[in-house]
Design a protein around this ligand. Sequence first.
Ligand code: FAD
Length: 476
Amino acid sequence: MTDSATPSDFIAACHTVIGAAHVLTDAHDTAPYLTDWRHRYTGAACAVLKPATTDEVAQLVRIALAHRIALVPQGGNTGLAGGATPDATGRQAVLSLGRLNRVRALDIHNNTITVEAGVVLAEVQARARDADRLFPLSLAAEGSCTIGGNLATNAGGTGVLRYGNARELCLGLEVVTPQGEIWDGLRGLRKDNTGYDLRDLYIGAEGTLGIITAAVMKLHPLPAARVTALAALASPHAALDFLALAQRCAGSLLTGFELMSDFCLQLVSNHFPQLRYPFDERHAQIVLLELSDAESDEHARALFERMMETALDEGLLEDAVVAESLAQSRAFWDLREHIPLAQAEEGLNVKHDIAVPISRIGTFIDETDAAIAAAVPGARMVTFGHLGDGNLHYNVQAPDDGDAKAFLAQYQTALNRIVYESVHRHHGTISAEHGLGQLKVDEAARYKSPTELALMRAVKNALDPLGLMNPGKVLR
Ligand code: FAD
């Protein structure tokens, strides 16, 4: 803040732009914006600001700049790295983008949809479907997360194998810079080599370089049929061999390949009894596969059957079941999507959203499981994720018979070290799709080279020299 300015001057100035009704200061009103989805971080804010247009965002950013108030952008607040939660000082303001919720354009021939940052992901999917198109970004939080948050975290989800992550689905952005200027980069171009790619700089920046206010997103043809199957396997190594076979048989029709360990599905059926274990016998690993077929349901099923037969003949599979109906297919996905919810019900846990080269996943799991078992008695591994992308949610649940809080206090640091050292050894990353937020900012500094960190700092300092955009996230 400037010497003479106070948060109340700042708040009064915000009132003039968006009206008092959209400047929340009452503790009851601001509370939902101040704690993250996992209830891991709670901050304080001098206000929660709820603009409805890009121009209002730009005006608020200029006011914040004049008063030296840092802004924490927030979309659906479903992020898993504490990126959207302010610090505890009460001198930051949350900038909630939820009222920027218009679909600005749908261009069928260009296969694009232009949406504002606060449009909820499920709404983008629905609008695309209404136009006989597919918007393929899909994740369990899609009913609440927003396109702005998806882009700011470069979200992944279950369709990355075929369609790529949020970055690969984005053609253009509109951004309010830390100086309160509007950059209109809403270009729906698939080719544009005219200098530095600012779009890609803002994507994945977690709100530390500016505020995303709108985006042009790519649409794909709606598949004629989607068929889902579950396959039971003895190990992650077998799952990797099966992935290679599935890619050989199905090529780009393979749109999902999710790994779930037996314990993940045990947790799901314990906490959500309506979601039953899908096989008569237990198996060490279950893979959920999805084929998206441009021809027909019959074509996809025939392909699946050939693939499963080959895999059974080669001794890769222990069992398999192809969904007979949309409802059964939904039930398979429900199993996968309820794993994080079941983990939350089970109690405190340590999450690791890691990626290693796909070929190393089996060895990574073997080595890291063994190191954790040796160092942390009773740790229960909850391993699942997007195997086709090399991305695992390699989570650790406290023992079921002890004090989970005490367990985490004692072992969290050791667990992180074991996992991240193993990731590092396997040339992986400590954050594949959730971002760094405040959760992993120090870990990232540990594993990135001094050169990479210096380049990142140079970008941050060039774009946001006063450090008012989501400070303390991504970089310190
Ligand atoms: P928020 O949580 O509000 O914000 C996330 C970050 O983006 C913060 O740093 C925030 O400051 C910044 N931000 C938000 N909006 C803007 C904006 N307009 N401009 C600039 N910065 C902004 N993620 C995956 O990638 N894959 C998954 O499979 C997945 N599964 C999930 C399952 C569950 C049950 C939950 C709760 C979360 C899951 N997530 C997953 C994480 C989360 O949903 C994503 O990170 C999502 O993209 C966040 O969107 P949001 O709108 O909620 O963003």
